[in-house]
Design a protein around this ligand. Structure first.
Ligand SMILES: [Cu+2]
Length: 167
């Protein structure tokens, strides 16, 4: 009855799977990472950030750091005390609340001259989010469409696997 047990497990998984919230991890600046002379406005423009998602600031340790600041600090590049900086070179920030968030680099003139600062808007946690960040749809309706198609494909694949196992 091993195959029957497998079928039950797959059936349960196929029902539960669409309700699971998958957090997205955003590598700030993608392959460029956290650096000067990068357009973080353009980088953030097409992305949807939700509560529970993560920002990863990646850079050579010592070259940069990460400060969370307020809107004024962001606009004027006001750097908080050095001991409040994240500085591991692989700094992961979990977006815990919705609203506007601002980050900057406190090293030298990286913020003022290098433009090394990031502003994002965090939305409430998404109920269903199965698509990768790079293909995140712009509107809610198309997002639901993508999820439905993805889910149907998922079920068809599951059924195919189950048939193979049972035969
Ligand atoms: Cu820097």
């Amino acid at each position: 009855m091993a195959s029957m047990n497998l079928f039950i497990v797959l059936a349960v998984v196929s029902v539960v799977f669409p309700t699971v919230v998958l957090a997205t991890e955003f590598k700030v600046g993608d392959d460029s990472g956290w650096t000067i002379k990068f357009d973080y406005v353009a980088w953030a423009k097409d992305k949807e950030f939700h509560v529970g998602d993560k920002l990863v600031f990646s850079y050579p340790p010592g070259a940069h750091n990460v400060h969370k600041v307020n809107g004024t600090g962001f606009k004027d590049c006001i750097v908080p005390p050095q001991n409040e900086a994240l500085s591991t070179g692989n700094d992961v920030i979990t977006l815990a609340t919705s609203g506007n968030k601002w980050y900057l680099c406190g090293v030298g003139q990286h913020c003022t001259i290098g433009g090394q600062k990031l502003a994002i808007t965090v939305l409430p946690a998404a109920d269903v989010k199965l698509d990768a960040p790079s293909s995140a749809p712009a509107s809610t309706s198309s997002a639901i469409g993508v999820v439905k198609i993805g889910y149907q494909t998922f079920v068809v694949v599951l059924m195919a696997i189950t048939m193979i196992v049972l035969v």
